[in-house]
Write a protein that binds this ligand. Structure first.
Ligand SMILES: Nc1ncnc2c1ncn2[C@@H]1O[C@H](COP(=O)(O)OP(=O)(O)OP(=O)(O)O)[C@@H](O)[C@H]1O
Ligand SMILES: [Mg+2]
Length: 349
């Protein structure tokens, strides 16, 4: 990491009387891929659009490192960070934004669209040609450069949209739900392109619903819920912080799972959650060893023959639910019911 490129400070944004972003503070490192994860309506798009200066916040600020651009005009400043809202034309050149809905024109060809977006950024002819050729290759669109954008497949359209957002070679690229409505193979293609773009040196901030889909390549993940930042950390640290329980899956014969659960409920205090699934019994606990011992003991007494047993960490999408649940409970908890972030509250099914 080379240092911070963006500082988001106590950002609050409302639409009418409705508070959408609630005092969000977050720094972005140069060269990272930051995932912004939250449920639909949690404020991801609003956050991204407020960071780039499209929406003006009621309070708070977003500052970017200006790489000496401002110094060229002899406006030498000591603080290398300047406000997006004060320096909007510099910010415009720093940021690229691929929105949730396509921005390109259906009736223009791929190359024509790129020319159009390049003109919006005031790029000179030579620079524009160079950037277009680089992007056509990078985004696997070379063969389609003369095709009408409206006639492209869904995956190609998504790639064109990202290419248009990158036409001016921005330092920070924002991708709002870059894989929504794409099938798994096309999603993977987009993600591998995101990695490629990042390897070329572009910092990436992306919004997504799915923690599990983005955790493999995000350097950090910011989780937002109802406009508040719940947590921001590396995927592995988030997992270590919240996923301290394990799931024990058991299949047995004759499979009278209700009897096992009843006995376990009476005997064992270490169980966080339990349910019967189509394939057997799932018990969640932070003390796997003890619970396993109890289950096997109960099964022996009930004449249940063990067929299969598996111990696993909860999936990441479950983890996301858990993180936001923990947050919700700690927010609304009375002093008698304070929930520590490490307290397991994993209720499913
Ligand atoms: N321009 C606007 N005017 C009024 N309300 C808005 C506007 N944009 C967003 N909102 C409201 O702000 C809230 C957050 O919306 P936002 O689009 O930021 O959520 P999101 O997390 O991106 O959701 P999704 O995952 O569905 O894209 C929603 O209640 C939405 O209705
Ligand atoms: Mg959105």
């Amino acid at each position: 990491m080379v240092g911070e490129i963006l500082k988001i400070e106590n950002l609050s944004k409302s639409f009418g009387k409705k508070a959408i972003l609630k005092s969000i503070s977050l720094n972005v490192e140069e060269g990272e891929i930051l995932g912004v994860i939250g449920a639909s309506g949690s404020g991801k798009t609003t956050l991204l659009k407020t960071i780039i200066g499209f929406h003006k916040p009621e309070s708070g600020d977003v500052k970017f490192r200006h790489f000496g651009l401002l110094d060229e005009g002899k406006k030498v400043r000591r603080d290398p960070f300047v406000s997006v809202y004060d320096e909007s034309s510099f910010a415009k050149n720093m940021f690229g934004f691929a929105s949730q809905t396509p921005s390109f024109y259906d009736n223009l060809q791929v190359r024509e669209n790129m020319l159009y977006f390049g003109a919006l950024y005031g790029l000179g002819q030579k620079e524009l040609e160079t950037n277009i050729n680089i992007l056509l290759t990078l985004m696997d669109l070379k063969k389609a450069e003369s095709s009408l954008a409206g006639k492209l497949s869904g995956g190609m359209q998504r790639r064109l949209d990202i290419a248009c957002a990158m036409i001016h070679d921005p330092a920070i690229l924002f991708l709002d739900e870059p894989t929504s409505d794409l099938d798994p193979a096309l999603r993977n293609h987009i993600w591998s392109l995101v990695r490629k773009i990042n390897k070329r040196g572009t910092t990436i901030i992306l919004a997504s619903h799915h923690l599990a889909e983005v955790e493999a390549f995000c350097s950090r993940i910011a989780i937002i819920k109802e406009g508040q930042l719940v947590d921001v950390d590396t995927p592995s640290r988030l997992k270590a912080k919240y996923a301290d329980s394990q799931e024990i899956e058991i299949q047995s014969y004759p499979g009278h799972y209700h009897n096992i659960l009843d006995a376990l409920r009476k005997k064992c205090k270490d169980v966080t959650a339990m349910k019967i699934s189509s394939s057997g019994l799932i018990v969640t606990s932070r003390n796997t060893k003890n619970v396993l011992h109890e289950i096997l003991h109960i099964m022996e007494k009930l004449d249940e023959e063990l067929i299969d047993i598996n111990v696993a960490k909860p999936g990441l999408d479950d983890l996301f639910l858990k993180i936001t649940q923990v947050h919700e409970r700690s927010e609304h908890a009375t002093p008698h019911h304070q929930v520590h972030p490490n307290h397991p509250i994993h209720h499913r099914g």
